[in-house]
Design a protein around this ligand. Structure first.
Ligand SMILES: *Cc1c(COP(=O)(O)O)cnc(C)c1O
Length: 345
């Protein structure tokens, strides 16, 4: 084994989807943008479709086209960036449903693909995508007359249950959709966990499927095992890695493993990060390099063959905490060089 191995547990993925689905009466979709948060949209999508998922969300039309090829006809695929210039053929050929974010997109869609399904996004306070109240009140009647397949909005702070933004977004979403006879959607993973008032007709979990916070009961989905290339003894006072930021305080054993920041293992992980040999924690020694990382394995009984960055003792959120970021970024940064293996499903 010369490259690190990323193992994706499709049974855990499906179990996470099922637990989130059991929390509400709404239909539970699956957000598989950014190649299913780095874990492989084709395999993830097929496993979830087999488990009963009928609706998927991607970020851009190109992602939707590859997902359609993986899933075949049937499942609904929403494109969150909406109908962008030049997308008409792909949306039509691959049977993708754009989530229209503005009046401009609505005009473009109705002109280019009259009669082709679409959804609408409303902005309820995040100020990122979607029509604001004023725009919406001007076009609402015309838009609704065209029969949108879904009307949705997105929560900005759903992972923090007490955040006032949740209640104000919910209230505004209700107000903007009052009296409409159309399926509605507001909740991402955090929204599913808030309470049923946020669920409406379709929920849109992403990170929870992949084992991340705020879904505390999620089963871990990703495991990352990195091969050890070389081990060496280092005397007290000797330095390891670029700029000698780690200096041995005792006679030490250093393992050099074959992955680095080019694989999405952030340099910021250096001072606090660790990898694991079975249930033994081994601190990183020195800076993360492009393709290599030094690890202090002095306390192990023997030289390891591989060390795990993600596994049973250290999940994506632990890695994120050590790097000062969020699990989403850890997953979506996962390197293209890894050998990806899929179990279960
Ligand atoms: C990414 C995304 C989601 C999924 O969010 P998670 O926090 O990963 O569950 C849902 N809806 C929209 C609009 C998104 O962009």
């Amino acid at each position: 084994m010369s490259t690190a191995i990323l193992t994706v547990d499709l049974n855990a993925l499906v179990a996470n989807w099922q637990v989130l689905a059991a929390m509400s009466r709404a239909e539970t979709a699956a957000v598989v943008k950014a190649d299913a948060y780095g874990l492989g949209a084709a395999r993830v999508g097929r496993a979830l479709a087999r488990a009963g998922a009928r609706t998927f969300f991607v970020a851009v039309a190109e992602e939707g086209a590859s997902l359609r090829q993986a899933l075949g006809p049937g499942p609904v695929i929403y494109v969150l960036s909406g109908h962008m210039a030049g997308d008409a053929d792909m949306l039509s050929d691959m049977d993708l449903c754009p989530v229209l974010n503005s009046l401009d997109q609505m005009i473009r869609h109705l002109e280019a693909l009259p009669g082709h399904p679409f959804a609408l996004q409303l902005d309820t306070g995040m100020n990122r995508l979607g029509m604001e109240e004023s725009e919406w009140s001007a076009v609402r009647d015309i838009a609704v007359a065209q029969g949108p397949q879904l009307i949705m909005s997105h929560l900005a702070a759903s992972e923090i249950p007490g955040d006032e933004a949740n209640r104000s977004q919910l209230a505004l979403f209700r107000e903007m959709t009052a009296g409409l006879d159309c399926p509605l959607s507001l909740a991402n993973t955090g929204g599913v966990l808030l309470n049923r008032a946020y669920h409406f007709d379709v929920t849109r979990p992403g990170i929870g499927l992949y084992g991340g916070r705020p879904f505390a009961d999620a089963r871990p989905v990703a495991t990352l095992d990195i091969p050890v290339i070389q081990c060496r003894d280092v005397a007290p006072g000797e330095a390891v890695g670029y700029n000698g930021t780690w200096i041995a305080k005792r006679p030490s054993r250093i393992a050099t493993i074959g992955a680095g920041y080019a694989d999405g293992i952030f340099r910021a992980l250096s001072p606090r990060g660790a990898v694991w040999a079975d249930d033994m924690r081994c601190p990183l020694a020195g800076r993360v390099s492009m393709d290599l990382i030094g690890v202090d394995v002095t306390d192990l009984p023997h030289d390891p063959k591989t060390l795990s960055l993600m596994g049973p003792d250290q999940g994506i959120d632990d890695v994120a905490d050590a790097a000062g970021t969020i699990g989403y970024e850890i997953l979506t940064a996962l390197g293209a060089r890894y050998t990806r293996r899929y179990t279960g499903g």
